[in-house]
Design a protein around this ligand. Structure first.
Ligand SMILES: Cc1cc2nc3c(=O)[nH]c(=O)nc-3n(C[C@H](O)[C@H](O)[C@H](O)COP(=O)(O)O)c2cc1C
Length: 319
């Protein structure tokens, strides 16, 4: 049988850890702090960590993919808590991550030479009396998280099996698919975000408008690695790519969508003009948000001034 070819591409066979072995895959570099049984905070570097529930639920989550006998995984299985410390790009921090990423070292041994300085988390400060993992001061932002162990019965699964250090094949026949122990050596954790802490200069940038010079120095893990090296992309100034003006909808289109809503609230043309940059697929949701505000404030004709008030309220919420 002849091999098929696609112009300009070769095919590569995906192997285990395909994102490292068979492709280039851009990822974050996050130092995860968890609480060891001794009460000491353990730090392990992780890249397979992504937003999971981003809207439409009453909480936000991240998804972490992790070797289930790492210190981090075992501490999450036992305590349910972890902090995601996003480190800025700096060669000494990436070097430290690679050192802390060497598998099989005990917390006391790996942490005694750590270059990171630590402080209590907001969760610990507000949850009087209980100990939680510390956060890393050098991070530009930290997500303090709780594992949603009730999803997919992961809590019952771990109660039944106990925490294993040499794999779960002897104690599990049907692995979970999404949360908890998902294979002999693998675990997936759906982590609820309890707090996002961010350095004041970056909060200011988000609230007041980000410019190229006030982005944090975010490093990128290239995914690909070999036996000797991890590969990182050092930070360089981001550039803006403008959203095409031609995609803006006409005021008439907004007015038409507004008139079709099932409500007595009406919009002036000037109010509709404020929404021309909203992509068409989000228009109805945006208009409904304005209608909710208008109904709460007993307004039946929404003007441009009202639209400004709605925008200011959103900006206040962001603050
Ligand atoms: C930059 C970097 C990213 C890593 N990402 C992951 C990951 O996403 N998942 C994982 O299981 N291991 C990952 N590792 C390997 C872990 O860091 C390694 O297993 C380490 O032993 C974890 O430390 P711990 O046992 O204290 O949790 C990564 C290592 C480095 C250096």
């Amino acid at each position: 049988m002849s091999r098929m070819n696609v112009d300009h591409f070769d095919e590569i066979t995906p192997l285990d850890n395909f994102y490292q072995t068979s492709s280039f895959f851009p990822m974050p570099v996050v130092a995860i702090s968890t609480l060891a049984e001794s009460g000491q905070t353990n730090v392990g570097p992780y890249s397979l960590i992504f937003p999971y529930y981003i809207a439409g639920k009453d909480h936000y989550t991240m998804l972490l993919l992790v070797r289930n006998n790492s210190n981090t995984a075992m501490n999450i299985l036992r305590t349910g808590k972890c902090n995601l410390n996003f480190l800025p790009d700096d060669n000494k921090y990436m070097k430290e991550c690679v050192r802390l990423g060497f598998p099989g070292e005990k917390t006391a041994d790996k942490m005694k030479d750590s270059i990171f300085t630590m402080q209590k988390s907001l969760t610990e400060l507000t949850d009087h009396g209980e100990q939680f993992p510390e956060i890393i001061n050098e991070a530009f932002q930290v997500f303090e998280c709780t594992w949603l162990s009730n999803l997919e019965g992961a809590d019952k699964q771990i109660q039944e099996t106990g925490i294993q250090t040499e794999g779960y094949d002897d104690v599990i026949t049907n692995y979970n698919n999404f949360n908890g122990i998902t294979s002999n050596m693998g675990a997936h954790f759906i982590l609820r975000i309890d707090h996002i802490l961010i350095k004041p200069e970056y909060k200011k940038a988000i609230v007041e408008g980000v410019k190229p010079k006030n982005f944090p120095k975010v490093p990128i893990d290239y995914g690909y690695r070999d036996n000797t090296n991890f590969w990182f992309q050092s930070f360089s100034k981001p550039y803006a790519q403008k959203i095409p003006e031609s995609k803006a909808v006409q005021v008439d289109t907004v007015q038409y969508a507004a008139d079709r809503l099932d409500t007595d609230v009406k919009f002036t043309q000037e109010a509709c003009a404020k929404l021309v940059k909203v992509p068409r697929v989000f228009l109805k949701v945006a208009l409904k948000g304005c209608v909710d505000w208008a109904e709460k404030n007993q307004i039946i004709l929404v003007t441009a001034e009202h639209m400004n008030q709605i925008r200011d309220k959103r900006n206040d919420e962001k603050r």
